[in-house]
Design a protein around this ligand. Sequence first.
Ligand code: G3H
Ligand code: 13P
Ligand code: ZN
Length: 333
Amino acid sequence: MPLMTTKPMFDLAYDGGFAVGAFNVNNMEITQGIISACAAEKSPLILQISKGARKYANMRFLRHIIAAAVEEHPELPIAIHLDHGDTMDLVKACLNDGFTSVMIDGSHEPYEENVKLTAEVVKTAHPAGVVVEAELGILGGIEEHVVGVKAEEVEKFLTDPEEARDFWRRTKVDSLAIAIGTSHGAYKFKHEAKLAMDRIEQIMKTCPGLPLVMHGSSSVPQEFIDLINKYGGSMPNAKGVPEEQIYAAVTQYGVCKVNIDTDLRLALTAKIREVFATKPSEFDPRNYLGPGREAIVTMVRRKLQALNSVGKAEAVVKQWQKLGEPMPAYYKK
Ligand code: G3H
Ligand code: 13P
Ligand code: ZN
């Protein structure tokens, strides 16, 4: 059962020029679509759960859906990760719920507060065998707690390389989410879609060996936007991160984890809209959720190519065996 932390994954990804896809899960169909795609491409994966997902789906249900995915694909290296954790209480709840990795997002706090909170979480999570991701800098666009960072102001919110080094040294965090021009959601760029590649490179050079994480990395495929707009939706000017730029970041600059949520939502929504519009008498959820799930499989398989993680599952499992990582306490019960 290669349920693991992200350490064996990032060990290989950092030097191997690939990144592990971190996909947000909210229900069974989304989880099945992701896992089928990763099985087909033999890719390691991170299933991540936001605070909102815990609330929506109820952790007990999510846990069993994920357990089923792990049982179905014992050959796949899988990490279960808390996305954008905001309090120590939530982190502790996740440690008790079998997560192998947690994010503490103190990026909206003053720097010293972020350091303090992150260091405390690291001190709590590590003894439980769980790794920690933190965030430094402010993602452009609209983020939780951060509304309306204008395009021309984005530069000053990018992660500062020297600060990243200080943060890493003081918190002992295992990976760091950086602000390099991405943002959450379907409207990432008003003008040219462009990441601050030079900034990623500087951070990698200032913090050699630190696995970097890219949030807000959906590509917002035009085919889904076209379907949504054709079948009654309204998503004008939606724009994501071009896959070539993701490929460049993961193959050259120490980006080991790439977060995808919006593209999953778009794939599912586009197909459901299409079925509703073209088959107005359809009322069996399996006949619209099914095509939605298929669209997720196709989209994720393509994404894994952009992450260069195709075929990397076996090597990650070997690395996990080599490290002899103990499972988090939850799994020893
Ligand atoms: O980073 C945010 C993710 O897309 C999760 O979104 O809080 O609506 O579940 P959510
Ligand atoms: P997207 O909105 O680009 O999919 O980003 C998701 C994310 O960063 C989750 O933490
Ligand atoms: Zn995020």
